[in-house]
Ligand binder design. Structure first.
Ligand code: KIV
Length: 281
């Protein structure tokens, strides 16, 4: 599909140029096959630290390590040809000092081949984002509900209601001014996301935010119906692969128990005398 304003392969300047233009399409991916599926349709493929909850069964993103992000980043890289590959910096890998953030961001880029990193936080991350971007590391910001701060928030609550709105606006401004090429707005009220999108000069990528954002992101396993531990309002299920997989596994188990699988078509026969042996038949 050719959409005006879209160019491939996608670069950081291409993403910035899409401010106010054709909406940016972004999904998470943590493995080669899923990254390949997303690459065909997305401008940005994000190796989110949601991988900890979605694939590793962790209770939050706090236990995600650099090693996990490198491993999944390399896997996603093998599936991405033209989208922009962005990798999340995990909790504890960037908050201490700008130097610590640089070391870990440089490691993610060097070892995985990703084009950019994403980190959570607004005003408190201003200096770090400035430090990274001045040294050639493109940064995507993430404000509003920042899941790595779940304990400080006391849960995964909607952000930006009442007085909280001005803090989020300041956070988004700070991140943009510091040089982020795009900003994720997560679970903030719709009017606030709309107004921040109008105000800041770089694209906003909404998740539970507003259709007015410059792009949208979802966790791919959520929208495919593969991950059901949480079901936030903002997730639209485009498929029910979890139930389909459950039904398929149930059928397999029944057929194995009843010796109906494998059938004649799944087993190998003796070679006829003189016929060549080997092969897959
Ligand atoms: O970790 C993640 O998947 C994310 C997106 C939901 C934005 O940060």
């Amino acid at each position: 599909m050719s959409v005006p304003g879209k160019s491939r392969p996608v670069s950081v300047p291409n993403i910035i140029a899409r401010k106010g233009g054709a909406p940016l399409v972004c999904l998470t991916a943590y493995t080669t096959p899923v990254a390949k599926l997303c690459d065909a349709h997305c401008d940005i493929v994000l190796v989110g630290d949601s991988v900890g909850m979605v694939l590793h069964g962790l209770p939050s993103t706090l236990g995600v390590t650099m090693e996990m992000m490198v491993l999944h980043g390399k896997a996603a890289r093998r599936g991405v040809e033209t989208a922009l590959l962005v990798i999340d910096m995990p909790f504890g890998s960037y908050e201490e000092t700008p130097e610590q953030a640089f070391r870990n961001a440089a490691r993610l880029m060097a070892e995985t081949g990703c084009a950019a990193v994403k980190l959570e936080g607004g005003e408190s991350m201003r200096e770090t984002i400035r430090f990274l971007t001045a040294r050639g590391i493109p940064v995507m910001g993430h404000v509003g509900l920042t899941p790595q701060a779940v304990n400080a928030f006391g849960g995964y609550k909607v952000q930006g209601r009442g007085e909280g709105a001005e803090r989020i606006r300041r956070d988004a401004r700070a991140v943009a001014e510091a040089g982020a090429f795009a900003v994720v707005l997560e679970k903030v009220t719709e009017p606030l996301a709309r107004s921040i999108t109008q105000e800041i000069p770089v694209p906003t990528i909404g998740i539970g935010a507003s259709p007015a954002c410059d792009g949208q992101v979802l966790v791919v396993d959520d929208m495919l119906g593969m991950f059901s531990d949480f079901r936030p309002k903002f997730v639209k299920r485009y498929a029910e692969l979890g139930s389909e997989a459950d039904a398929a596994i149930e059928s397999y188990a029944e057929e194995v128990a009843a010796r109906r699988f494998p059938g004649g078509e799944h087993v190998f026969v003796e070679a006829a005398p003189g016929a060549s042996v080997g092969g897959n038949r």
